[in-house]
Design a protein around this ligand. Structure first.
Ligand code: 5GP
Ligand code: ZN
Length: 138
């Protein structure tokens, strides 16, 4: 398959690896938005949250927790953003699921995770909540 991250898994494209297990690979982002910016991916190709197998997703999240601890020990950031984008409308560029670990420092000037707080219409909020609740599959 013509997927950049599958090629990183196979070694066809080089990467700076930081962690690997049977299901997961983590490597440094080639265009870091802050020092320590890294990516965690499933080894099995899945484009988004809608395609990935539950076990692979849990493995990615478990590795994300482990790596966040290692990043905190190494770089002692003031905070960490975890980002995981699904679909072009959400600004996903590489269609192989990945979690970004972005270390954050006060005054680093990044604007990710900043949005304007505008109170919503409670009737609309409740109506959408009810529709979502009806679609939850256990
Ligand atoms: P997203 O799809 O969430 O918008 O982000 C894709 C991320 O993958 C970007 O942060 C980009 O810098 C990173 N990226 C794209 N191609 C490569 C690559 O070949 N190697 C590495 N290490 N990172 C990549
Ligand atoms: Zn892939």
């Amino acid at each position: 398959m013509d997927c950049i991250f599958c090629k990183i898994v196979s070694g066809e494209i080089p990467s700076v690896k930081v962690y690997e297990d049977d299901r997961v690979l983590a490597f440094m982002d080639i265009n870091p938005i802050n020092e320590g910016h890294l990516l965690i991916i499933p080894k099995a190709h899945a484009a988004t949250i809608h395609e990935i197998a539950e076990g692979d997703f849990l493995a990615v999240m478990s590795a994300t927790r482990k790596l966040s601890a290692a990043v905190k020990k190494t770089l002692n950031p003031d905070g960490i953003n975890l980002l995981q984008l699904n679909g072009k409308a959400a600004n996903q560029v590489v269609p192989h699921l990945h979690v970004h670990i972005v270390p954050r420092w006060f005054g680093d000037g990044l604007t990710i995770s900043q949005w304007e707080m505008v109170a919503g219409n409670m009737e609309k909020i409740k109506a959408i909540a009810e529709k979502i609740q009806r679609e939850i599959v256990n």
